[in-house]
Write a protein that binds this ligand. Sequence first.
Ligand code: ATP
Ligand code: MG
Ligand code: MG
Ligand code: MG
Length: 464
Amino acid sequence: MKSAEIRQAFLTFFEEHGHTTVPSSSLVPGNDPTLLFTNAGMVPFKDVFLGRDPRPYVRATSSQRCVRAGGKHNDLDNVGYTARHHTFFEMLGNFSFGDYFKRDAIRFAWTFLTETLGLPKEKLWVTVHISDDEAERIWKDEIGIDPERFSKLDEDNFWQMGDTGPCGPSSEIFFDHGPEVWGGPPGSPEEDGDRYIEIWNLVFMQFERDAQGTLNPLPKPSIDTGMGLERVAAVMQGVHSNYEIDLFQNLLKAAAEATGHSDTSTPSLRVIADHIRSCAFLIADGVLPSNEGRGYVLRRIIRRAIRHGHKLGVSEPFFHKLVSALDAEMGDAYPELRDASDQIARVLLKEEEQFARTLDHGMGLLNAALEELQGDVLPGETVFKLYDTYGFPFDLTADVCREREVRLDEEGFQRELEAQRERARAASQFGADYTASIDLEGETQFTGYELLADQATVTALVDS
Ligand code: ATP
Ligand code: MG
Ligand code: MG
Ligand code: MG
């Protein structure tokens, strides 16, 4: 089954069970300053769960574009290292707003997986929250799940959108990719491997967490589920990595062509193929690279992709060339992407040209520092210099260090940031113009003011 067919089969199944199909919303959550990006299918329905946004339906289904590259569910550092995490992915979901609850949610999921998709029951593993005896009874007594493949866990089975907002206990369904893949079942010490892959999360929405951390009951118990399209496509297409599914084949080929590197299993090519999706969709949804907030997260993803190109020996702008392949792959399902594709390519090209000027020098400095390094921790001053002078986001430096099995002195980096902030404050007391741009090797890139704004917002949004 192709990805597009799976998406359609899912929506059709839930339409047949009384759900209204709702189109994907923007990656920029409307009117929600608590959230960096839409990170789950439920985000556009947040106020419906809270009882503040009445809709003409009590059951909905969607295929929602999501980005997890900052905030509560940040997978940026996983990309390139696991077979299952993307910065951008599509989440298939079904929702009940005070209508059906656990029993039907579990039945729908099981029927869709084992009948519509025809997955073998003995390859499916299930978890529920440690306290959830009701869900346990439904799975064991009504569905007949083998207790061998069932477990009750704690934190992994309590889902929340962010630090505040709707939340509740959950039940997760995993697919066993077989003994040839490394990893252990959910709850085991090897669960981070890619053998048992979580494909679907059923959330029994019952609470709203407020700013004080208190759980308040929702007006009505509700259902929110999320299944990653790329993960279920890997299962259906008999491959063990999301990067081997149909949707990624042409993107990987395009990445191979643009970088002149033909082995499409190279992690850097996978990172690039992943990152073009989040970058292009973010730009299509109106985010532009900048030094603060959402724009800074976008800039970080773009620069991470460019660095992986550099690692493959590319010195010319290449990343923007992938936009047309992405358009060919996803433009039919997402006309907003197609409409914006020229603009997306222009924005990326500009960012590539700008960063290219400092990337080489920064990598030179970083490589030299790594070669001279005594021990396995890169000093905070070096990380800061790369950030401040060469425009290396913290996680870009971290990505390079991870490849060399070196850690970063994050505290030292924070101290340098703070010291710089102090200097800027002191300078402003004497009337110095700290908003003037700083000349970085002939390039006007950051300004003192932007750096301050950048740190404040990024600390608030990204490290929350
Ligand atoms: P994992 O434990 O594998 O990181 P999760 O528990 O963080 O996943 P949920 O928040 O429950 O994921 O999201 C619902 C579903 O969305 C998951 O079951 C999975 O199929 C999919 N999903 C989550 N994160 C990603 C990602 N970064 N890339 C692709 N699919 C994802
Ligand atoms: Mg996760
Ligand atoms: Mg999980
Ligand atoms: Mg989950």
